[in-house]
Design a protein. Structure first.
Length: 207
């Protein structure tokens, strides 16, 4: 699904975050990406999504080379990316609009999107939150809504940056259950190894 060859990237052209980095995500793989603060986990997700541009190396996603901005349009439609900071992910007035944004962008009708919103909110046990103002939600609630918004796109792959952060025990349990139920491969970043062990089948330690 994702193949990265000899990837190099730096923000300032001096200190390299990645130098000749190799990585692959195969179908049915569930990879934990572990590493200290600032080692480059979020940067790696942004490179995969085409939000940052590699200095050199190749990124191949869904069997196609991805180089130019237009190559990443399909990537952003087919990879569900849960941001580390939910405030950057949710930007519409209400929960309903935020969760419907992906499906509508992918060509679903308003009625279809509405159905998807109810389904996904039920899945994450946030029924009745449709009309709530996203901005006013708690940090944990925002994370769960952002997760519902990612699932609403029915992505082929998921990149999950700290999905458990700010979540209470019940919500963590629910998210683990969902992650173990969905069929898609994913890469998940977390500093909680005990939780990672429950949802992944391999892990990379990034230095
Ligand atoms: N826009 C930017 N401009 C310059 N440097 C940046 C930028 N974004 C991140 N960095 C630096 O790049 C490095 C990697 O950051 P990144 O956010 O990828 O780390 P991370 O592994 O996700 O850390 P954490 O576990 O704290 O989320 C850090 O040293 C960070 O300060
Ligand atoms: Mg990060």
């Amino acid at each position: 699904m994702i193949k990265v060859k000899n990837l190099s990237f730096s923000y300032d052209k001096e200190e390299y975050i990645f130098e000749n980095f190799n990585f692959s995500l195969k179908n049915e793989e569930r990879i934990a990406l572990i590493g200290d603060n600032g080692c480059g986990k979020t940067t790696f997700f942004k490179l995969i999504m085409g939000l940052l541009k590699a200095d050199s190396g190749q990124i191949e996603i869904f069997d196609q080379k991805r180089e130019k901005e237009e190559d990443f349009i399909e990537v952003r439609e087919r990879i569900g990316y849960l941001f580390q900071d939910s405030d950057n992910q949710l930007f519409l007035p209400t929960v309903e609009e935020d969760v419907a944004f992906g499906p509508i962008n992918l060509g679903k009708s308003k009625a279809e999107a509405k159905k998807i919103v109810s389904e996904k909110l039920a899945m994450v046990k946030m029924e009745g939150f449709e009309k709530k103002v996203t901005y006013n939600l708690s940090q944990g609630q925002k994370k769960i809504i952002a997760f519902a918004a990612v699932l609403a796109m029915d992505p082929d792959v998921l990149l999950l940056d700290e999905p458990f952060a700010s979540l209470d025990k019940q919500s963590i349990k629910r998210m683990i259950k969902i992650l173990n139920k969905i069929a898609q491969p994913f890469i998940i970043v977390s500093h909680n190894n005990l939780l990672l062990d429950q949802v992944t089948n391999s892990s990379y330690f990034l230095e």
